[in-house]
Design a binder for this molecule. Structure first.
Ligand code: 13P
Length: 250
């Protein structure tokens, strides 16, 4: 699958279905996924209505289910919201926080992202905080400044007792998402180094944005890339399984 570069150690692979799929599609794709080895670190983030179905279907595959969002509130009169404890209650292990599509289409501020992180942490969910710059920000030389700003909002929550694997950052340049144009190796290497300098080396940093079964191995071979967050390609069982296998160094 175009894997010129060898992936050194087990990488984290997460799929994000976004607002795609149906109960039938979830059943088809998740059933078609192989059973991964016990040391795998693989997650599929499904739409809310299919989370419980996903938990059931993936029960024995060493692949866990994640949500794509959660409420910034604990519980109560917040019609339409889904709380962190509800996610944990149904067997969801992970949650994406502050995806650029949430920031853009639902006006999620850095403060809201921080509040959601607090909720997810208390529910013992693995938190994947998404950061990324727009093309205008990159072209204006403001990419690092924007990432710094997004990370500043959550940094105080990375207390020294934060479990390394309970918190990840996903670097997803907005212009690379769904565009078929992944960031270059140099751009990924530079930004991941920058992020590690800010959050410390114990927390994993994933790359997302037009990751496919063709480029995943190369991307996961870049320094400071601990895994990938996959959108479109995660809707296809064979492509997603191929990316997972690259992450396992197979
Ligand atoms: P694509 O892989 O479809 O570009 O989506 C990336 C993404 O937004 C994952 O969260």
């Amino acid at each position: 699958m175009g894997s010129e570069r060898q992936v050194a150690s087990t990488k984290i692979v997460m799929g994000n279905w976004k607002m795609n799929g149906s109960a039938a599609k979830v059943a088809t794709v998740l059933t078609a996924l192989p059973s991964f080895p016990p040391n795998s670190d693989i997650t599929i983030c499904l739409p809310f209505p299919y989370l419980a179905q996903g938990v059931q279907l993936l029960d024995d595959k060493h692949c866990v289910v994640g949500a794509q969002n959660l409420s910034e509130f604990a519980d109560g009169a917040y019609t339409g919201d889904v709380s962190a404890s509800m996610l944990a209650d149904i067997g969801c292990k992970t949650v994406l926080i502050g995806h650029s599509e949430r920031r853009t289409f639902f006006a999620e501020s850095d403060e809201v992202v921080a509040a959601k992180l607090t909720r997810a942490k208390h529910a013992r969910l693995r938190c994947v905080v998404c950061v990324g710059e727009t093309l205008i920000e990159r072209d204006s030389g403001l990419a690092q400044q924007r990432i710094q700003q997004q990370l500043n909002a959550v940094l105080k929550q990375l207390d020294s007792d934060a479990q390394a694997l309970a918190f990840c950052v996903a670097y997803e340049p907005v212009w690379a998402i769904g565009s078929g144009r992944a960031a270059t190796e140099a751009q990924i290497a530079e930004m991941h180094q920058f992020i590690k300098n800010i959050i410390g080396t114990k927390f994993p940093v994933l790359y997302g944005g037009s990751v496919t079964d063709d480029n995943a191995a190369n991307i996961m071979g870049i320094a400071n890339v601990d895994g990938v967050l996959v959108g479109g390609a995660s809707l296809d069982a064979s492509k997603f399984a191929a990316i997972c296998n690259e992450g396992l160094g197979k």
